[in-house]
Design a protein around this ligand. Structure first.
Ligand code: DGT
Ligand code: CA
Ligand code: CA
Ligand code: ZN
Length: 579
């Protein structure tokens, strides 16, 4: 946490500042509505596809849930890194107190108390005070609370961070299978951010109906449990090996829909839905939807809850309070793309560069998965580490691919390339070589540190090259590992629209790039999306499952995704084949 923030800020940083303000207001014991407004604002900003910095107050107010006051704050924060209210609050509380507030099981009241009584200003202060036994001396704290605080600090250090969707899903699926084997009659599902298909998740949330307290016992004795954080008859919480926290709730069948709805979230979606219930004089919580006399209106299934609120059932991937309630009310929810809609996969590697399999086995495995066509897109020469292809090898590989494809029935292998975009925006192969191929994916793999103007011009230059059909993994981000490049996604989207170039959703679990909000913006601006595996081995062909989830979170229908087309139409829709 840095005190003097340098101007100007991107959306993620703006959202962080808004969250800090909410935290500080909470320390102060301010009005909950005011606090909630800042938290909601942070959520809106972080998910917005356009940069807050580029918008004026009116532009910001066009975002759902941003009123006049918040718009002013966001504008100030984006431009200067801070705003008046934050500066005022920081006169009362040191910034390092915020990290204490984020500790598991330590609420604002406790933090305010620790600050007043022991002058604790940071996690380090707290750790020292607790170790010295000074915390237990405060009225209302005690040795047990002190112990919990020390454990929470230790845990924070060991298990900081979030998990990739693919890993989280794997861990959750295994846990659900284990629990199901203990209670075959029960219905057990994963809810929370994993059910929404979010690219990363904090903890795993499981929900069971038709099971008794013995299921909670089974849960806390799951083989990879490292520590039991809580254990009751209807609720338990554990820490698993690998740093996963998992929560289990056991609810009654008549509450199942309400609990699924509530624990699927997102929080922002839930709040919007609850406000809708409140507007009718009703109450919505994890137990059901109730009228003014506490009579249950719905609760056994999710559909019933949405229906009672005059809404179509909303797919979990859309539940982020990004316009889905309005669409569900107006019956304009999109028909979302599904894995079965994909007919091709046009970004994958073979032993010709850094893949593990031959083109023949990648093709056979893809056909076995139900696809009708693929493109082989090996790397190019500047990526020497991958044994990338020069022009001569590219021509030879294309010839080999086409000869092989001609021997197949009802399956096509296109001769493509993943051409590296060099630091100056030129491409890594000669123009006539690129023009001779069926398809070119162009991607950035080097000089990731370029500034915004340079990186953006570099990608746009590639988009303007007449042989480029698709831009691969646009920002180069690696989730939980590497920040995205500084590329201006909005400008790239506009250039792609102008040139008829498609943008990829790369399905590698740590990429998922374009992100959901960027893919949605691209679609809104008339850019087609391609969902690719970028597989380097057979098992990775299945990664498109994650890419499809990202596409669904971007509100995409099959018509928005080029590789839902049969091969002939797909080829006609590529930039190179347009008139
Ligand atoms: P995560 O774990 O950070 O990836 O995100 P989620 O969405 O799984 O959040 P989590 O595990 O904290 O809570 C699961 C769901 O429970 C969340 O999506 C919505 C619901 N929920 C949690 N806290 C609140 C709350 O304070 N208000 C409302 N309305 N819903 C909440
Ligand atoms: Ca969760
Ligand atoms: Ca949770
Ligand atoms: Zn690549």
């Amino acid at each position: 946490m840095s005190t003097p923030l340098a101007a100007p800020l991107d959306n993620r940083a703006v959202a962080r500042v808004l969250t800090e303000i909410a935290d500080l207001l909470e320390l102060k014991g301010e009005n909950p509505f005011k606090i909630r407004a800042y938290r909601n604002g942070a959520d809106v900003v972080v998910h917005a596809a356009e940069a807050a910095l580029g918008l004026d107050e009116a532009g910001l107010r066009a975002w759902t849930g941003i009123g006049k006051d918040l718009a002013t704050r966001i504008r100030d924060i984006a431009a200067t890194g801070t705003c008046e209210i934050r500066q005022e609050l920081l006169k009362e509380f040191p910034e390092t107190l915020l990290e204490v507030l984020r500790l598991q099981g330590v609420g604002p009241k406790t933090v305010a108390l620790l600050y007043r009584e022991l002058h604790i200003k940071s996690l380090d202060d707290l750790s020292q005070a607790a170790k010295a036994g000074r915390v237990r001396g405060i009225k209302g704290m005690g040795a047990k609370k002190e112990d919990l605080i020390l454990k929470a600090i230790e845990e924070r250090q060991r298990h900081a961070g979030r998990h990739l969707l693919a890993k989280a899903t794997e861990v959750a699926d295994a846990l659900v299978a284990y629990l199901s084997s203990h209670a075959p009659a029960a219905t057990i599902v994963t809810v929370g951010s994993v059910r929404r298909g979010a690219e990363t998740s904090g903890d795993l949330d499981l929900l069971a109906t038709g099971a008794g307290a013995s299921l909670a016992n089974a849960f806390v004795t799951y083989p990879t449990v490292e520590r039991v954080l809580g254990h009751g008859p209807t609720k338990a919480s554990v820490l698993l090996r690998g740093g996963y926290q998992a929560d289990l709730r056991i609810v009654l069948p008549e509450q199942r829909g309400a609990a699924m709805q509530y624990f699927t979230g997102s929080k922002a979606h839930n709040i919007a839905l609850r406000d809708r219930a409140l507007a009718r004089g009703w109450k919505l919580n994890e137990y059901g939807l109730f009228d003014a006399h506490d009579q249950a209106i719905a609760g056994a299934n999710e559909e019933g809850i949405y229906e009672a609120l005059d809404l179509a059932w909303i797919p979990p991937e859309l539940r982020e309070n990004r316009g889905e309630l309005a669409a569900a009310e107006g019956a304009t929810l999109p028909v979302l793309v599904t894995p079965a809609d994909l007919k091709g996969d046009v970004h994958m590697h073979t032993t010709e560069s850094d893949g593990r399999e031959s083109l023949e086995s990648m093709a056979a495995a893809s056909q076995a998965r139900g696809l009708q066509y693929i493109a082989i897109t090996d790397h190019t020469q500047s990526l020497a580490m991958t044994n990338g292809l020069d022009e001569e090898r590219t021509y030879a590989a294309a010839e080999h691919i086409r000869a092989y494809s001609a021997t197949l029935t009802e399956f096509t292998v296109l001769a493509g390339i993943e051409c590296d975009i060099l630091a100056d925006g030129t491409l890594d192969l000669a123009d006539d070589c690129l023009a001779s191929l069926d398809l070119v994916v162009a991607s950035v793999h080097s000089a990731m540190q370029q500034d915004e103007a340079e990186m953006t011009m570099r990608v746009i230059k590639a988009i303007e090259h007449p042989s480029v059909d698709i831009i691969g993994h646009l920002t180069g981000r690696m989730l939980l590992r590497r920040e995205p490049s500084r590329v201006n996604v909005e400008k790239v989207i506009d250039a792609a629209a102008a040139n008829g170039v498609a943008l990829e959703i790369n399905s590698q679990p740590y990429r998922l790039d374009l992100s959901d909000s960027h893919a949605r913006l691209a679609r809104d601006r008339g850019v087609k999306i391609v969902i690719n595996s970028d597989a380097h081995e057979i098992a990775a062909l299945g990664y498109t499952r994650w890419g499809v989830l990202t596409a669904r979170r971007a509100w995409l229908s099959p018509a928005d995704v080029l590789n839902t087309l049969p091969v002939a139409q797909f080829r006609k829709a590529l930039r190179r084949d347009r008139a």
